[in-house]
Design a protein around this ligand. Structure first.
Ligand code: DON
Length: 317
């Protein structure tokens, strides 16, 4: 920590440019060698560990891209913030958080947390709370998943976004730990539906995006649920505050505290190697590099975000 130097918030900084992003990317490219591509979902293990992309959407909605920006990867846990937004908009925050906590965590993303003892998931960012959140979205069969997919398409203004059937099938076939959580919550009455609801969670995790799509999602929550092109169909300052606060508290799981200290921005990672970042009232950042650290967060992705934050004084603190 002592070695980190930050730009002063008031200091003159060079404007964001693709050249500036590219030099940050190149500086951090080699970090992939220090991590590992997730393979507990077998299909994810096929990802190219060397792929790397960096994208920023500035306050005006202008997009800056560098690296493998056309490379698609699955959102995985980043889909949890979209599902939370939809559940809260439908049911109201009080009804959703009656069933789970606002807690931070010292536990990994797939930990059962206090499901057995207190009975409720710690937060909507860890798998248990996220599976429950998706089950709270109204509609039969695939409908809740389709709502998540449609919302991702809306936020990114990218109708070509779809989910990867092979990643979905792979997780459905191997996701027994998530299945265990699903049934514990069904047993305690928190979940009332059938396994279609778990499938909707697996499907939403398999939605394929690019780093640019993630930057646009970051922008959306940074700007009171206003889309990067100014569309205000879903504008809602309170929902955005809730999502950003959960991202800050638990979006990087047990690394969230240290991440808050070093980066200081609401962020959400996924084991596909993406991280989406909101710079409140300002920009969105999207990174991609599938080699993960011990917490399941993108190794090079974290370092690219950290360098951008240091260079431009972006921490909220
Ligand atoms: O449920 C799972 O394990 C995955 N579909 C998502 C986990 C995840 O992305 C954790 N984030 N870093």
């Amino acid at each position: 920590l002592n070695t980190i130097t930050y730009a002063q918030k008031t200091a003159e900084v060079t404007p964001i440019s693709e050249k500036a992003l590219n030099s940050i990317l190149e500086k951090n490219r080699a970090y992939y060698t220090q991590g590992k591509v997730a393979d507990y979902i077998p299909e994810l293990g096929k990802m190219d560990a060397k792929a790397i992309a960096f994208s920023v959407v500035d306050k005006s909605g202008k997009v800056y891209n560098t690296g493998d920006v056309s490379k698609k990867f699955t959102m995985q846990s980043i889909s949890k913030i979209i599902a939370l937004m939809i559940a809260v908009n439908e049911k109201g925050e009080a009804n959703v958080f009656d069933k789970m906590g606002y807690y931070g965590t010292d536990k990994p993303f797939n930990h059962f947390g206090n499901l057995e003892t207190m009975g409720k998931p710690l937060n909507p960012m860890m798998n248990a709370g996220a599976i429950l959140t998706t089950s709270l979205i109204s509609g039969d069969g695939e409908k809740p998943f389709v709502k998540v997919l449609e919302m991702v398409r809306y936020i990114t203004k990218n109708q070509s976004i779809d989910y990867s059937k092979s990643v979905y099938e792979s997780e459905k076939a191997t996701g027994h730990r998530n299945r265990g959580m699903f049934y514990i919550m069904k047993n305690s009455g928190l979940i009332s539906g059938n396994e279609d609801q778990l499938d909707n969670y697996f499907r939403q995790c398999s939605i394929e995006v690019t780093a640019e799509d993630l930057a646009k999602i970051g922008y959306f929550f940074a700007n009171q649920c206003t889309r990067f092109d100014g569309d205000i169909t879903y504008k809602n300052a309170e929902t955005a505050k809730l999502i950003e606060s959960q991202m800050l508290t638990a979006g990087m799981y047990e690394f969230s505290g240290e991440y808050s200290r070093t980066v200081g921005l609401p962020s959400k990672s996924g084991v596909g190697g993406g991280i989406t970042v909101s710079v409140p009232g300002k920009m969105g950042i999207g990174v991609f590099s599938p080699s993960l650290d011990q917490h399941g967060n993108s190794f090079a992705g974290y370092h690219m975000i950290l360098d951008l934050v240091k260079q431009y004084g972006l921490s909220i603190f």
